[in-house]
Design a protein around this ligand. Structure first.
Ligand SMILES: NC(=O)c1ccc[n+]([C@@H]2O[C@H](COP(=O)([O-])OP(=O)(O)OC[C@H]3O[C@@H](n4cnc5c(N)ncnc54)[C@H](O)[C@@H]3O)[C@@H](O)[C@H]2O)c1
Length: 364
């Protein structure tokens, strides 16, 4: 069987993860690599061979890949999607977040649909054994009727909220959201490469009546079970008979009618990337084997994130789907100007440059 030819653009942390996982899979050949940073490009080319270059369009045109993968920072999305489509790729694999604004996200969705190109977005945490265990418990019915899904993360929105919403939607059977309402505080991270309010919290109404509650950033609660700051994420579901939740860096736990249970698990790129890449081969082989991280699903989560931003900046409830294009980064910048967040933990205060909270000893 011929191998699928892949171009990877952006050979930083995630680009290397992707290229290594494609190469290790056996169904793919990394036939081209691209980075604007010559040192990174040379290091990647030495590892993978193939065509190399600093211009994504040139590399993609020369390789004419089956898969165009890009792992650049969030400000580069629509342009890379266009290059992927121009190159004739059948599938485009790219990193979260889908885009920075609904204007760009809508444009990406339209061009992918018009040209009939498959796309996947890397929300690969879901392959972790602890994530899958929570999904399995929910799907088994052991929690009864699900009424609430929730997610919190200490990291900021453009890094983490895309992940939280994706897994909350998965735990709620990918049911569409009808509206959201949110608040945001703190302009510090708006100038980051992942521009975000320092803190955002909000509510989601799903079409099956399930409530979503989400918090991201400086004011999000600690996850004391987890030491590593970036993995202080808690995502779970509550039902009429109990609850189950995953901690990105700290396993899973559940309470059902049958009692309490818990297990291990920690987010791990080496384990999470292979199944993500394998599903790309499966979807290319067979149209019916739609990838778990398919663009349509990621886009539904992205729309929720953009709606939360609009609500935070403009007030009130925001109905979904979003039918008009907007620039949520500009909206948030205008709203957050001069506003500071309040941190919930000393570690959050340090990361966001805020005053450390004075906390009483926690009750055990
Ligand atoms: N799914 C996950 O778990 C996860 C984890 C970390 C980061 N990410 C996402 O991955 C993306 C990349 O993050 P990263 O940490 O790998 O960043 P990075 O800075 O390590 O790598 C980005 C690379 O893109 C290159 N680049 C920039 N412009 C380019 C261009 N025009 N053409 C070619 N190359 C270009 C840069 O030189 C750099 O090497 C971000 O969107 C981030 O949110 C996802």
């Amino acid at each position: 069987m011929n191998k699928y030819r892949v171009v990877v653009v952006g050979m930083g942390k995630r680009g290397m993860h992707h290229a290594l996982a494609f190469q290790a899979n056996g169904r793919f050949d990394v036939a081209g690599v691209c980075d604007v940073d010559q040192t990174r490009l040379d290091a990647a080319a030495a590892k993978f061979g193939g065509i190399k270059g600093t211009d994504a369009l040139q590399v993609a045109s020369a390789v004419q890949p089956d898969v165009f993968c890009f792992c650049t920072l969030p400000r580069l999305r629509a342009e890379m999607i266009r290059i992927g489509i121009e190159s004739g790729a059948r599938l485009i694999a790219f990193e979260k977040p889908v885009a920075l604004t609904s204007r760009e996200g809508l444009a990406i969705g339209e061009i992918l649909a018009k040209r009939g190109v498959k796309a996947v977005v890397s929300h690969q945490h879901r392959y972790g054994e602890h994530y899958r265990k929570v999904k399995e418990i929910i799907a088994s019915g052991a929690l009864g009727r699900i009424h609430t899904v929730y997610g919190t993360a200490s990291g900021w929105m453009m890094h983490m909220l895309s992940h939280l919403i994706d897994y909350m939607r998965w735990f709620n059977s990918e049911t569409e959201a009808q509206w959201v309402m949110a608040q945001a505080a703190g302009e510090g991270k708006m100038s980051d490469a992942h521009p975000s309010p320092d803190y955002i919290g909000g509510f989601l109404q799903f079409a099956n009546g399930v409530r979503g509650v989400v918090e991201c950033g400086a004011g999000a609660p600690d996850v004391p079970e987890v030491d590593y700051w970036w993995r202080k994420c808690r995502i779970g579901a509550q039902g009429t008979n109990g609850f189950a939740e995953v901690l990105t860096g700290g396993g899973w736990r559940a309470v059902t009618k049958n009692g309490a249970s818990a297990g291990e698990g920690c987010m791990n790129y080496d384990r999470d990337m292979p199944p993500y890449i394998q599903e790309i081969a499966d979807w290319l082989d067979d149209d019916r084997k739609v990838h778990s991280c398919n663009f349509e699903s990621a886009y539904a989560g992205f729309e929720i994130m953009m709606a939360l931003c609009r609500s935070a900046a403009e007030g009130g409830q925001v109905a979904l789907p979003l039918n008009d294009a907007g620039d949520e980064v500009e909206l948030l910048k205008a709203y957050l100007a001069g506003r500071k967040a309040l941190a919930s933990t000393a570690a959050n205060a340090k990361e966001y440059g805020l005053t450390s909270p004075v906390l009483k000893p926690a009750a055990v």
